[in-house]
Ligand binder design. Structure first.
Ligand SMILES: [Zn+2]
Length: 121
């Protein structure tokens, strides 16, 4: 997530590369794991694809992912759009169930989740 926020749209191959360069990452997920993670995460959307030719000349389409920028407009918004499964224990403690059914950390001073807040704007 933070990666996409910082570097902008990327394919999962590029993300794996970026993760490799970061020294604070303990385990680097394989592209396969990454794509599973990405498809499950509502914070991330596929915005297109690029054609990549591999070493033996076979062209393959790689999806380009980005954070859902309609929803996530500041770094703080990343917290507010986290699903229960990717929340930190502290976030789980303050998370509430919204009327839409999503369990989220609500933005300060609001009684709805960020999804509802953004879609009602
Ligand atoms: Zn909601």
């Amino acid at each position: 997530m933070d990666l996409l926020y910082e570097f902008g749209p990327a394919t999962k191959e590029r993300m794996a590369e970026l993760l490799n360069q970061k020294k604070n990452v303990r385990s680097i997920p394989s592209p396969h794991t990454l794509s599973a993670l990405l498809s499950k995460n509502p914070q991330i959307v596929a915005i297109g694809s690029e054609e990549v030719e591999n070493l033996v000349g076979i062209k393959a389409k790689h999806l380009i992912y980005d954070i859902n920028r309609k929803l996530i407009q500041s770094k703080q918004d990343i917290t507010y759009t986290r699903t229960l499964t990717i929340m930190t224990p502290q976030q789980k403690e303050v998370a509430k169930k919204c009327s839409c059914g999503r369990v989220r950390v609500f933005p300060d001073g609001y009684n709805t989740c960020l999804h509802c807040l953004r879609t009602s704007e």
